[in-house]
Design a protein around this ligand. Sequence first.
Ligand code: GLY
Ligand code: MN
Ligand code: MN
Length: 439
Amino acid sequence: MRPLVIEQSEFARRRRQLMRMAGTDAILILPAAAQRVRSNDTHFPYRQDSDFWYLTGFDEPEAVLVLVPGRAAGETLLFCRERDPEREAWDGARLGPEGAVDVLGMDDAYPWTDMDEILPCLIEGRGRVYYHFGRDTDFDLALIGWVKRVRSQIKQGAHPPHEFQELGHLLHDLRLFKSPAERRLMAESARIAALAHVDAMRAAKPGMHEYEIEAELLYRFRRHGTVPSYEPIVGSGANACVLHYRANNAQMQEGDLLLIDAGAELQGYASDITRTFPVNGRFSKTQRALYDVVLAANVAAREVVRPGVSWIAPHETAVEVLTDGLLRLGLLKGTLRQNLKDHSYRRFYMHKTGHWLGLDVHDVGDYRIDGEYRVLEPDMVFTIEPGLYITPDASGVSAKWRGIGIRIEDDVVVTRQGSKTLTDEVPRDADAIEALMAR
Ligand code: GLY
Ligand code: MN
Ligand code: MN
């Protein structure tokens, strides 16, 4: 089996591809994510910037990747922290500039502290600067300072850049298409998340608290060397209707459904799964009726995924199946056609059916090109996540539906022939869920 890592050659290929797109008049500047202070000398868990990670595989803060296409003395340069035995004894090993050349395959690397001196020289003579403006205000100001310094030397013959471009415009189209190694990592990330959801189904009992189920998820994630790709949502009863519920502190009651939206992050790559199941192991007739509508929408939406189909087609399919189901159950009135035209489903289904998935859980990449929804192509990965949320105060609906929230979310990769679902290992069929929970 091939190792589950992105190899150095792939990071180098990504850098070359990006430089080819940018052209030899350009310079591309990507700072690592800043460390965030939680309080005093305690920090939030460090998470590398996804774009920086995509191009380097380097997980330290205080680093900047500079790409200078066509530069004879070296095109790929890294500024990073120097080795420092005293600091490393407290905070852990640093790669250092020498390591950046040896391990990361940079053409050259410099101490982070030399950036102020060297970067203006690299910017000088380049017409276009590619950078993420507005992501890191401190760095924005530093960059403006370096450009000003080059401008101040025009009389001495300096050529300051005259164009400033959004880096994401080039880079995010690359990130949208997943390589074989990325697809292997994402399949593994999905497999680990599926195991966690199965653990949760096995553990749940009335009387437990939502955070006890969250603990099952986290235990599984960490045992496989992953972290959560976002804060897990564990919402029982009416909490399932709160789309970004995160308190996870209620006691689960007999007769509740439990909605769990949780994914793993493996070497930066996210999975994103939602399952909804009865805390006591048996769906009530009412819960099952609504559940089967959402399940039918999930299945139908995944079935339309294949190359050449519009990005929005799975959403439109889900909306049609949900609306039809709501009409059959008496939650909506009138004809299917009129309800689709009026978007009346939005009362109970207020989000889209999916999003790109990759290094970010809501991954980068345009959904439209020139105003039109883009067409699906092989190696795109995204979620399919229809749901129905009947809030406790929903007016004009029978009381039996109120306080039920259901979402079923899977991760899908577009293949040459159609699609592959990465998250089949956690059951979604109601009978299969009941069978698993009965064991
Ligand atoms: N967990 C966030 C989402 O499903 O999009
Ligand atoms: Mn999602
Ligand atoms: Mn989700």
